[in-house]
Write a protein that binds this ligand. Sequence first.
Ligand SMILES: Cc1cc2nc3c(=O)[nH]c(=O)nc-3n(C[C@H](O)[C@H](O)[C@H](O)COP(=O)(O)OP(=O)(O)OC[C@H]3O[C@@H](n4cnc5c(N)ncnc54)[C@H](O)[C@@H]3O)c2cc1C
Ligand code: SF4
Length: 328
Amino acid sequence: MSTILNTYAAYSKDINIKMASSSGGIFSLLAEEIINRKGIVYGVSMSQDCKYAEFIRVDTYSDLAKLRGSKYLQARVGRTYRKVKSDLESELTVLFTGTGCQINGLKNFLGKEYSNLYCIDVICHGVPSPKLWREYVEYNEKQQNKRLVSINFRCKDDSWIDFGIKRKDEGKNELYISKDKDPYMIMFLRDYCLRLSCYKCLAKNDYKSDLTLADFWGIDEVVPELNDGKGTSLVMIRTEKGRKLFEDIKKEIVFKEVSYEDGVRNNKAEYSSADRPEERNYFFDDLNVKSFEEMIIRYGKPTTISLKRKIKNKIIEMILKITERGIN
Ligand SMILES: Cc1cc2nc3c(=O)[nH]c(=O)nc-3n(C[C@H](O)[C@H](O)[C@H](O)COP(=O)(O)OP(=O)(O)OC[C@H]3O[C@@H](n4cnc5c(N)ncnc54)[C@H](O)[C@@H]3O)c2cc1C
Ligand code: SF4
């Protein structure tokens, strides 16, 4: 863990930005600030055919929408680091956003500090393999007989905490599936399909960003007044540069300072790697030989609660309600 100067719970006052973002929409405001300064923003977008995620270079407010929202797969870096260097050498202000390891990769590539470079990482518990994502898309396209045209990994139609994945096809049909029911999200959230490096993430001991963004999980235990159910970001300021950039967006956000310990109390991905489940040992061998349908059956089925358990839960709920009424 590097030094943290300040930790905040925060969200954008602009509800449209917030609803289109994974947590509180803080990324968009920081990126807009860079565009205001005639700068360049690098971040991750889905490809037009939705089959892979890639880094792109953005210099307009409208194109920032492509970077908004988490894409839950490893993004292609391609020639991005070279482009960043060229922009920096041309004395443009540059904001580079990505996972901790991508920030560290960029800094190693550059080999020196640039005063015109800002780096923001998103707390990351791991990225699934792009191959798995491609197979998921192709499986669904075959089932629906329609191509996918857009994907939202963090749709807040139910709520920010109980999010789901929303797919839109070429026939403009939209399908929302809760994260607890969608097979891809199940495999991801059970950590079956992360890159090997994610189970021993070196970036977590060596943050090189100016500022870190994450979901403020467990917000009700810390600052419930900042939870409207639509998303709150955890913001960790790591450098003076990061602090100045955050100061410049304060008029556009609702925020409250918290201690670092409170901020990460329910977010261990900030400081520790995901546990490697046993299934990870054979998941990718299976992916090479099995159909996606077979993968769903083996790895992507929702956890079912038995009828007996459901009745038991209902009885406990009723007893608790009666006891509460008795006490009050
Ligand atoms: C793969 C992944 C795993 C994550 N895991 C956690 C977690 O375990 N706990 C947690 O609290 N938060 C996690 N996050 C971060 C969280 O989902 C939000 O990205 C963060 O709260 C910022 O949200 P926002 O509302 O400010 O902006 P948003 O608009 O939601 O954030 C967009 C930013 O995310 C970047 N981004 C999107 N997809 C990728 C990608 N595939 N690779 C690199 N960068 C990407 C964009 O470049 C942009 O900078 C994860 C994000 C990603 C991408
Ligand atoms: S968990 Fe670590 S290694 Fe894996 S993508 Fe995130 S920052 Fe990189």
